[in-house]
Design a binder for this molecule. Structure first.
Ligand code: URA
Length: 362
């Protein structure tokens, strides 16, 4: 059967007027935008209509499937280590402030026997991206070929890579959302996260869904619905998925900004670091190990005995990074001293994120 064709204004008008997009309309618009037949201004208008009108669960599922179908889907189930299939598991956060958790978490899971294919993103809106943070390490590259990813998964137990050929529709839409004030939309967040994660080849997935002032969705009911939507998408697509709702009213840890977040992650891997970063790292590691069917190991041991740090050093070196070179420091610094003694009772994550963004962290 021939694929039906549409025109972008009528697809936009359907959503602008509160209607549901048909499967064929969704497939057509995603394919057209990925291949440059639908213009940036047309996709911008559609994203705003989705932001304002929302999507039904059926629309979200089809939009996600169309984004997965816009590129390759990796399959690593043939890979073996010591003759056994890899315990392929990944995590993704919906975006926070000072959220450097992926950096200490991956080596903890690697040290416990997991294998993590981690398709990472860049900063979005007021939140930082794992790739931007890791690129503060001299020489680090996330531009890995599929063969390099396969080799690293077997030899190191993880690969951190730019999504590249995975869900290219998301790559374009992600960048467009960032400049059209359409980031904080449940259907657009759910489909963005899940298109990459379904395409990257993990066999199980743990989601860290943020809630609070520094999250894209501020209230618990909204974040809970986002979590449930993504869990349903993962399970429906054969990737067992679980989610944690975690607090994002205050920044995670003490550092917000690319290089200083890497430094704080190294503190965690060295057995120190802020208590909230350590706690969330271990909580997510516990979920990832359970999802991957790994038992009988305590992730906290890997921070105490240095095995997570060893894994991190090996992973960064495999991706060209040189941890012996000092991390970059900001061009200017200023100390703000309190004019009287007291206890800091609150710190608005969004205010801190905007300050870091204006200083160049975005
Ligand atoms: N992470 C993503 O990959 N996409 C979003 O929309 C938000 C967080």
């Amino acid at each position: 059967m021939d694929t039906p064709t549409f025109d972008a204004p009528s697809v936009i008008a359907t959503k602008r007027d509160g209607g549901a997009l048909s499967d064929a309309q969704i497939d057509w618009i995603i394919d057209g935008y990925t291949h440059g037949r639908v213009a940036e201004e047309q996709m911008s208008a559609l994203l705003m209509a989705i932001y304002l009108r929302g999507m039904t669960p059926a629309e979200i599922a089809r939009w996600t499937a169309a984004m997965v179908g816009s590129g390759q889907r990796f399959d690593f189930t043939d890979l073996r280590r010591d003759g056994k299939p890899l315990a392929l598991v990944d995590k993704h956060s919906t975006g926070g402030v000072g959220d450097k958790i992926t950096i200490p978490l991956l080596p903890v899971v690697m040290a416990c026997g997991g294998a993590v294919p981690q398709a990472s993103g860049r900063g979005l809106g007021h939140t930082g991206g794992t790739l931007d943070k890791l690129e503060a390490i001299r020489g680090f590259s996330a531009e890995l070929s599929k063969n390099q990813i396969r080799q690293q998964l077997c030899e190191q137990g993880a690969a951190i890579f730019a999504a590249g050929e995975l869900a290219p529709a998301d790559r374009k839409i992600y960048a467009l959302r960032d400049v059209t004030a359409t980031v904080g939309s449940l259907p657009l967040i759910a489909s963005s996260v899940m298109s990459k994660k379904l395409a990257e080849g993990a066999r199980a997935l743990v989601l860290d869904v943020k809630v609070g002032r520094g999250a894209f969705l501020k209230t618990e009911p909204e974040s809970r619905e986002l979590a449930q939507t993504m869990v349903d998408l993962g399970n429906a697509n054969g990737v067992p998925t679980r989610a944690l709702l975690t607090d994002m009213n205050r920044p995670l840890g003490y550092a917000v900004g690319n290089a200083i977040e890497v430094a704080e992650s190294l503190d965690v891997l060295a057995g120190g670091g802020p208590a909230d970063v350590v706690a969330l790292t271990l909580e997510l590691a516990t979920e990832m190990l359970a999802a991957a069917g790994i038992d009988g190991v305590d992730p906290a041991d890997t921070l105490r005995d240095g095995s997570a740090m060893d894994r991190f050093r090996a992973l960064i070196a495999a991706q060209g990074g040189d941890l012996s070179v000092a991390l970059p420091v900001g061009a200017a610094s200023e100390t703000v001293t309190a004019d009287r003694a007291g206890v800091l009772g609150d710190l608005d994550a969004m205010g801190v994120a905007m300050a870091a963004w204006r200083l160049g962290a975005g």
